[in-house]
Design a binder for this molecule. Structure first.
Ligand code: ADP
Length: 240
């Protein structure tokens, strides 16, 4: 196969992936829109009992929030897809990034009845040149998943460490439901969920881990997953 053939094949593969992504994204956006118009129609008909008005308005708001999250995730992915164009690279303290993501999720943890803890600050600052917002979304998405796919009374631990070989390691461990072996590779694909209805129930878009994967790739970082069903998962991101 010539270089030209290879380039054409790659182009075709990218174009197919784009088409598939657009089809999936449209489908995912249509579902909440149907729900929203359904409830709005009921309210408009004037046939709804007074005590149900609040419930229906709540459902409309929840679906609108899902759509907002989905649109935000799609935008984040497309920015990372184009290599982080327009995003500023800065010397970033990874511990500070982790601590603000953990702080932002404190309320989510409380609501889920899951203990969330951040490991101690490393002796020396863990600094990397990177896109602060993309680094934040790595910690945020992994930690949010660790809380979402957990069980009441469970726990989540987030750590930033300097390893012996000079790399920086982010570890997010949980005592949650775990991921079946056969799904562990696929969870990084766009819109792939192990259990679609459970993911939707906990507010998932199916894009969180693709954002993590892309953000890690942009920073030349490697991801490792260890998980056991019913026991929990450990996600490590290794920054060289
Ligand atoms: P979602 O928005 O559905 O959470 P993600 O891309 O973040 O999408 O994750 C993909 C799927 O991987 C999830 O739907 C879930 O099935 C699984 N998953 C991700 N993180 C965990 C975890 N810590 N424990 C168990 N399952 C997980």
């Amino acid at each position: 196969m010539t270089d030209k053939d290879r380039a054409a094949e790659e182009l075709e593969r990218t174009s197919l992936m784009r088409q598939e992504f657009t089809a999936n994204a449209s489908h995912e956006l249509k579902t909440p829109l149907h729900v929203i118009s359904g409830y709005a129609e009921l309210l408009e008909s004037g046939m709804v009992r007074d005590e149900d008005i609040k419930v229906f308005a709540g459902k409309i708001r929840a679906e609108a929030m899902r759509m907002t999250k989905l649109v935000e995730d799609i935008i984040a992915l497309s920015r990372l897809d184009s290599g982080g164009v327009g995003m500023k690279w800065e010397l970033t303290d990874l511990y500070k990034v982790a601590s603000s993501a953990v702080e932002a999720l404190a309320e989510t943890a409380r609501e889920a009845g899951v203990r969330l803890e951040l490991g101690p600050a490393p002796d020396r600052p863990v600094l990397r040149r990177g896109i602060p917002h993309a680094l934040y979304s790595i910690v945020y998405n992994l930690t949010e998943n660790a809380l979402k796919y957990n069980v009441p009374g469970g726990s989540v631990s987030v750590k930033i460490e300097n390893s012996e070989d000079g790399s920086a390691v982010l570890t997010v461990s949980d005592t949650g439901i775990g991921i079946p072996k056969e799904d562990q590779e696929r969870i990084f694909e766009r819109f792939y969920r192990v259990d679609k209805s459970h993911s939707k129930e906990v507010g998932g878009t199916g894009l969180g881990l693709s954002i993590v994967k892309h953000a890690a790739m942009t920073h030349n970082a490697r991801i490792e997953v260890q998980s056991e069903e019913g026991r929990g998962s450990v996600f490590k991101v290794l920054f060289s």
